[in-house]
Design a protein around this ligand. Structure first.
Ligand SMILES: [Zn+2]
Length: 69
């Protein structure tokens, strides 16, 4: 009965934001017991997390870089 009602529904209403991670995690850095947020996707606390490679927003290349490219 309940299964039948699911069949017709679209599957695109999956929540993307607010993804939660395992609770009660602590920082992976040795000796650090900082508790990690369930919203933190990293294994380290904010103090120990490695530098992430991310697309810097708003950063513009200088003219010299543009000319060199
Ligand atoms: Zn830490």
């Amino acid at each position: 009965m309940a299964e039948e009602s699911f069949r017709g529904q679209s599957v695109r209403s999956l929540p993307r934001a607010n993804k939660r991670y395992q609770a009660d995690r602590t920082c992976a850095s040795p000796g650090c017991r900082t508790k990690l947020s369930i919203y933190n996707k990293w294994d380290y606390c904010w103090q120990h997390e490695p530098v992430h490679t991310y697309v810097a927003r708003g950063k513009r290349r200088s003219r010299k870089e543009m000319e060199a490219a």
